[in-house]
Design a protein around this ligand. Sequence first.
Ligand code: ADP
Length: 169
Amino acid sequence: MRIAICPGSFDPVTKGHLNIIERSAKLFDVVIALVLVNPNKQPVFTAPERTEFLRRACADIPNVKVDSYHGLLADYARSVGACTIIKGLRAVTDFEYEFQQALINKKLNGELETMFVITDSNYMYLSSSMVRQVAQFGGDVTDFLPECICKDIVARLPRSKTTEGESVQ
Ligand code: ADP
């Protein structure tokens, strides 16, 4: 059985993430969408919240499982028998970081390959941080989030305390 992992922070999961997961699910027997806990990041949503949103977003894709992990991705892959990590690439700016990660993961787990899936052109500009920023100032983020969880995410994204359009001078 060919098992692949789509790892990320998913803070929160966007349509860009979901597109990569759906396309990966067509290539592998099982895909694990994995919320990685990174102690160096300060996420807006807790790991259980991010995992729950991801689980709901992926509920209709039969061969996708959702999990979360605090530790090395290379170790998690070994423990579940996964052969491949799948990463989405939006632009050249993603590449340098992802290239380094792929080499480190290969060094830590020689059985593990990293595959890159090029973003759908509709989602080139889309990132979780962009969604958080737009929502912070009251912008409409409904086009960027999976429909089934959109309302719940929007309701829980923090808003800036400054009144909309207020001058700060
Ligand atoms: P973000 O960069 O949005 O904070 P993550 O750290 O959760 O997202 O990224 C997890 C993976 O999803 C990475 O491989 C990232 O490149 C990919 N990804 C995120 N957004 C998109 C998108 N719009 N299109 C393609 N891949 C994406």
